[in-house]
Design a protein. Structure first.
Length: 51
């Protein structure tokens, strides 16, 4: 890596552990949002008073 070219350092996180933590954090956030959407959908279907 050439020190005069800062682009690779900006693209890749400076700490590999930090990048891994952020990756798993966003994965967990995505899974949580998907499960929440499924739960809301099931709740609407099951408890819809008009059904």
């Amino acid at each position: 890596m050439n020190p005069s070219d800062p682009e690779p350092a900006l693209v890749q996180a400076p700490d590999d552990g930090l990048r891994q933590v952020l990756t798993w954090t966003f994965i967990a956030l995505g899974v949580t949002l998907v499960l929440a959407a499924i739960g809301v959908t099931l709740a609407v279907y099951w408890f819809d008073p008009g059904a």
